[in-house]
Write a protein that binds this ligand. Structure first.
Ligand code: 1HE
Length: 262
């Protein structure tokens, strides 16, 4: 497997270099994810510089990502296929369960493994050119990058089943309506919006961000009684941080922003 990061670029953004912008740069192949690129995603999110407190992932060219590099598929037997799928799981887990929240900036095709990658992110911003599909069903294969776990949590198993059985393609507006993205923005502006959100996220207390990434998804899957207990533990840990106390004090002293209507 190729471990060179030739198809991925990482830029640091912000006064303290607090936002990492991770860009798939394989536009000639519509950012199709070959093994080298999957390993690069894993390595990048495992080794983000310590200054980084939030990240953005986007794709160069006309599309976010065309999914699995289909030219590599034909060479695998069943056993290699299992290992390959597990490699994707590891890599996308590094995105979802890493140290910092990740905002996906989507445009053009977000298909197959591209949608699996987007669904491993914590927030999805889609521009009007975005379209979503799971062509695995019509290609005679199945999702293998964690899609069957993550995508039903966004849109429900019934909609995912429909996408895979019928090859249904959702446009940007309908994608936002059903929950594939949380933000819908004009064409060409998803990256800017994602950077704006990541810059804001980077100002949160790190423990709050960590709790949202690591405690909330687990609590959501726990029986209610266990969830309440875990919530009590994590909220008391977050509250006890000196930074949390300072932020609450700042509000009480009229020095912190109020909540305002947009
Ligand atoms: C690719 C891939 C790819 C493009 N693997 N090479 N994903 C799919 O089934 C989607 C397949 N791709 C497409 O439907 C279209 O390419 C797009 C809608 C994404 C873009 O269309 P377009 O007209 O802009 O580009 P294109 O002309 O189709 O492709 C440009 C080049 O990228 C071309 O190569 P070239 O050498 O002829 O220039 C394409 O072959 C190449 N290309 N997509 C390999 N996916 C962990 S399991 C996940 C399972 C899946 O993700 S299955 C779904 C795979």
């Amino acid at each position: 497997m190729n471990t060179q990061h030739t198809d991925l670029s990482v830029q640091l953004h912000g006064e303290q270099q607090e936002v990492a912008i991770v860009t798939l740069t394989r536009a000639a192949k519509r950012n199709a994810l070959n093994d080298g690129l999957i390993l690069a995603i894993r390595d990048t999110f495992q080794n983000l510089p310590t200054s980084v407190r939030a990240a953005v992932i986007d794709g160069s060219g006309e599309h976010f990502c065309a999914g699995l590099d289909l030219s590599e598929l034909s060479e695998r037997d069943a056993c290699e296929g299992v290992f390959h799928s597990r490699l994707w799981h590891t890599a996308l887990d590094c995105v979802e369960k890493g140290r910092v929240p990740v905002v996906a900036a989507l445009h053009g095709a977000v298909v197959g493994g591209g949608l699996e990658l987007a669904s491993a992110c914590h927030i999805r911003v889609a521009d009007e050119s975005t379209f979503y599909a799971l062509p695995e069903g019509t290609r005679g294969i199945f999702v293998g990058g964690g899609g069957s776990v993550r995508i039903p949590k966004l849109i429900g198993a019934a909609r995912m089943t429909d996408m895979m059985l019928t090859g249904r393609v959702y446009n940007a507006t309908d994608g936002e309506r059903i929950g594939l993205a949380q933000y819908l923005v004009p064409a060409g502006t998803a990256r800017d919006k994602a950077i704006e959100l990541a810059t804001r996220i980077a100002t949160n207390a790190p423990m709050t961000n960590y709790a949202l990434m690591h405690a909330l998804p687990r609590i959501a899957e726990q029986p209610g009684d266990h969830g309440f207990f875990t919530e009590a533990l994590i909220s008391s840990i977050a509250q006890s941080a000196p930074e949390a106390k300072a932020r609450v004090r700042a509000f009480l002293e009229g020095k912190a922003a109020k909540v305002r209507k947009d």
